[in-house]
Design a binder for this molecule. Structure first.
Ligand code: ADP
Ligand code: ASP
Ligand code: MG
Length: 471
């Protein structure tokens, strides 16, 4: 069998864990399988890299912060190397690789400090160091366990994207290039360890696929090398009926369809990046989500058609980092082109719209956007009041104190009563629903509420649909 196995940040959080991951990979390798490994940054590091990069543009930053930061990052990776790898020669090689990377990181951060500027391109470059530091350690751990291995950056493995930094998309040549670069390695028993999340554009400049994008890297590679299966190894037992951090009796879903997985991840289940599904669907490759710390425990398989499952509602998910923008004005009713104008302005500002609603009076339009896009969204909409005759769009307001919840399940389609149960339940626990949306596929019902009500709303819906019991 040919597998892609992706390990997330918590799975490789320290040297002991990296060693365990190495042993896990070896156990499948020893059974004669071909394995391409995709690895994330050690837990929390991408956040830290992005925070320091932003911080260094501030006039209050001190240049000493650069060396302090690089020292701490270095210590974490050196410690991990000593704990994960036994063979001393391999340790020396890996340490020297890490030292080179740290020097590059230091130069980049010093440059940002002096210029006081952070372009999207340098943001991606700095963000890439987490994966570029973890991949040599895991590859070294494999070699130390007598598994032949090389480490590669996403771009070296053949992932070539457009130039849209902080959320780049692979271009057409990726499929063939990844195949040409990786299949010959797999065929001679080498396990390539590829950095998740990062790629090259056509000029070999580092781009990133967006936060959480290592899952996407795994499926891009899985599709290109015609993998039999793509395994996402994480820190929980697969995709669950709700985030186990919000609902203590959340249960693993043994099977979900591609479309359910897409809806669950799109509406906030961080466990798998929404774009992961797309390349897998095209080739019909099953995706499994498994727990690195409980490899023989429950897991989820994402497939085309789910068998033996009667459940109407599969999962309740929540996204918190969102903001609601409302445009209103009595003259909006019946004025053709307002909605089109709003959406095209937001699109050209690169704002991702999560939900839209327009009341039947047409006197207002609300859009839910990611919080990080809020200021670009407001800037883009700024001119709108003056573009139409003054009476049309009168007010643009925003609310950041909101979250969105989605109730997901493909068998909900055509089943009456679900929507009623969701909102009467919200009424009974006194949760005020700010906005509602249901896609025409009816695979999810989503709504916006105040952020501080999220936990009790999710818990209560989980209970309403008895999701902790096998359906
Ligand atoms: P990794 O570092 O392995 O990529 P992530 O932190 O990105 O892991 O995703 C795993 C986390 O996703 C879990 O720890 C869990 O808290 C969260 N999560 C949110 N919703 C769900 C869900 N429905 N099922 C499972 N995990 C979920
Ligand atoms: N390290 C990247 C992030 O934290 C990618 C990932 O973990 O999937 O977003
Ligand atoms: Mg993740």
């Amino acid at each position: 069998m040919r597998y892609v196995m992706k390990f997330g940040g918590t799975s490789i959080g320290d040297g002991t864990k990296i060693k365990q991951v190495g042993e896990l990979v070896r156990s499948y390798y020893d059974q004669g399988n071909e394995i391409a490994v995709v690895v994330s940054a050690m837990s929390g590091l991408t956040d830290e890299l992005q925070t320091i990069a932003e911080r260094l543009t501030s006039e209050y930053a001190e240049v000493t912060e650069v060396s302090e930061f690089v020292h701490l990052v270095g210590k974490r990776h050196f410690d991990a190397t000593y704990a994960a790898i036994e063979d001393e020669m391999i340790v020396t090689e890996v340490i020297s690789e890490i030292e080179t990377r740290l020097e590059e990181l230091k130069n980049a951060l010093t440059g940002i400090y002096h210029l006081g500027e952070l372009t999207d391109r340098s943001y991606d470059y700095v963000s890439s160091f987490g994966e570029r530091l973890s991949s040599p350690i895991l590859s070294g751990a494999l070699k130390s366990l007598k598994v032949q291995s090389v480490f590669l950056m996403g771009g070296e493995a053949g992932i070539i994207t457009d130039t849209k930094h902080r959320g780049a998309r692979p271009t057409e040549i990726t499929e063939r290039r990844v195949h040409e670069r990786l299949v010959p390695l797999l065929q001679v028993g080498v396990v390539p360890v590829i950095t998740g999340f990062i790629a090259y554009n056509i000029h070999n400049i580092i781009t990133t696929l967006g936060r959480g994008g290592s899952d996407y890297t795994a499926s891009i590679i899985g599709s290109a090398i015609d993998a039999d299966e793509i395994w996402i190894w994480t820190d929980v037992d697969g995709i669950m009926t709700a985030d186990p951090k919000l609902v203590s009796n959340a249960r693993t879903l043994p099977q979900v369809s591609y479309s359910e997985a897409m809806e669950i991840s799109y509406f906030g289940a961080k466990v798998i990046h929404p774009k992961t599904i797309e390349p897998a669907v095209i080739k019909g490759i099953p995706v499994r989500v498994k727990n690195t710390f409980n490899p023989s425990g429950a897991s989820t398989t994402i497939v085309d058609t789910v068998t033996n499952d009667q459940s109407l509602v599969k999962a309740v998910t929540a996204i918190s980092n969102v903001a609601l923008i409302t445009l209103s004005g009595a003259g909006m009713a019946g004025t053709i082109g307002v909605a089109a104008h709003v959406f095209s302005k937001l699109a050209s500002a690169g704002v991702n719209i999560i939900m839209i609603s327009q009341g039947s009076s047409e006197a207002n339009i609300s859009v839910l956007v990611e919080e990080e896009h809020l200021s670009s969204a407001l800037n883009a909409l700024h001119g709108l009041k003056s573009e139409f005759d003054g009476n049309i769009v009168k007010e643009i307001s925003c609310n950041e104190d909101v979250s969105a919840i989605a109730v997901v399940g493909s068998r909900m389609a055509g089943t009456p009563g679900i929507v009623g149960r969701i909102f009467s339940r919200m009424g009974s626990i006194n949760v005020n629903v700010i906005m509602i949306s249901q896609g025409s596929t009816e695979h999810n019902v989503s709504f916006v509420l105040r952020r501080d009500s999220v936990r009790r709303a999710v818990e209560s819906l989980h209970e309403e649909f008895s999701l902790s019991e096998p359906q």
